[in-house]
Ligand binder design. Structure first.
Ligand code: SF4
Ligand code: SF4
Ligand code: SF4
Length: 344
């Protein structure tokens, strides 16, 4: 943050406005905040023990390539781009050991005070009341959830900074800042943010990677409950090493690719699968590329005249000041959760 930006956060400017002004300046200045991630998290310590150990696939015997034999996983082991802090946390989902028990869906609903019954269990789409879904195609399965991008497009386009990446890995949402513009929904390549269209006081909803649990050194609820270890939580670097090891040990069982390793600059959700990721609605790796989405959004935003975002900012700020806190407080008082996860 520049000196002038520091001068522009006096107490008289509402926090949401100041944050939005900072965000727009950051985008215009080239998203320099990205480079400070490692510094911010330099002191983060490992406190989570991995509880679910999976050694190879439960379905077939590991096939270890002989010396000199071509290993298809080699092509998929480039230097990791956008890996972020080596101590940041991540989820590794290995679809080959998933049994479609849907315990992760149940645990997520409980964790986030969402409804869950037979009808919702049968819903095969994510929604504002279903942050994660297990999709089935014959005997193959795939979980969908927010990928928690290292450089989230949703956060980069949000004019008021309502979505941001935490040092531990989760991309969290602050309803008190959100002005309901829904730019995040447009920007997300994985179609993750959902909107409460049917509510008078709608919020954006998505998986937030259980930030309070993660901060406290606990695994996410979905990882903790998973009976097979298909969903595993831990240090991102350790999970990458484990995923690479699984691909090497059992190449016949997998597509030789760790989804999320480098896509859009890397994500905090890593996926292994035996079938094409696209067949479950995930964007093809070749389509996504390794460039962080905020690089694209910055190129677009940098061409927008200053008055457009500033005018939107003014309107948003007026709305926020006059309505948002009041409405959220009312919703909170009537028993609905207003804030989704930690905001720091
Ligand atoms: S809890 Fe684990 S095994 Fe069960 S559906 Fe979820 S990921 Fe698959
Ligand atoms: S997957 Fe979408 S919603 Fe999740 S962090 Fe990335 S851009 Fe944001
Ligand atoms: S990480 Fe937390 S919020 Fe995300 S799907 Fe798992 S339980 Fe739900």
């Amino acid at each position: 943050m520049s000196g002038s930006q520091e001068e522009q956060t006096p107490e008289k400017i509402p926090a949401g406005m100041a944050s939005a002004m900072w965000e727009i300046r950051r985008l215009k200045a080239g998203a320099t905040a990205r480079s400070s991630t490692a510094a911010r998290t330099a002191g983060l310590r490992e406190v989570t023990r991995e509880k679910h150990k999976v050694t190879g696939s439960a379905r077939s015997k590991p096939a270890i390539p002989r010396p000199g034999e071509h290993n298809p996983t080699d092509m998929d082991m480039p230097a990791v781009s956008g890996a972020g802090d080596p101590m940041s946390k991540a989820i590794l989902y290995d679809a080959t050991v998933c049994i479609d028990c849907k315990q992760c869906e149940v645990a997520c609903a409980q964790q986030n005070n969402l409804p869950y019954d037979d009808k919702i269990a049968a819903e095969s789409v994510q929604s504002e009341h279903k942050y994660t879904v297990v999709l089935a195609n014959d005997d193959k399965f795939m979980r969908r959830l927010c990928m928690h991008c290292n450089e989230p497009a949703c956060g980069s386009v949000c004019p008021v900074g309502a979505l941001h990446k935490t040092a531990e890995g989760p991309v969290v949402y602050d309803v008190f800042k959100c002005i309901g513009c829904r730019y995040c929904m447009v920007a997300c390549a994985f179609s993750q943010p959902k909107y409460e269209w049917g509510k008078l006081n709608p919020r954006v909803r998505k998986c937030i990677m259980c930030p309070d649990r993660v901060k406290a050194g606990r695994p996410t609820a979905c990882a903790e409950i998973c009976p097979t270890g298909a969903t595993k939580f831990g240090d991102r670097d350790a999970l990458i090493a484990e995923a690479q090891d699984r691909l090497r040990q059992n190449p016949a069982n997998y597509i030789p690719h760790i989804y999320g390793l480098n896509e859009v600059g890397g994500t905090s959700v890593l996926i292994l699968s035996s079938v094409a990721f696209e067949s479950y609605g995930l964007p093809a790796p070749a389509k996504l590329g390794d460039t962080p989405m905020p690089d694209y959004t910055f190129r677009i935003l940098s061409k927008i005249p200053d008055f457009v975002p500033l005018w939107a900012l003014v309107l948003g700020g007026v709305y926020w000041i006059t309505h948002r806190r009041e409405e959220v407080a009312l919703a909170e008082a009537s028993g609905h959760s207003g804030q989704q996860g930690g905001t720091k």
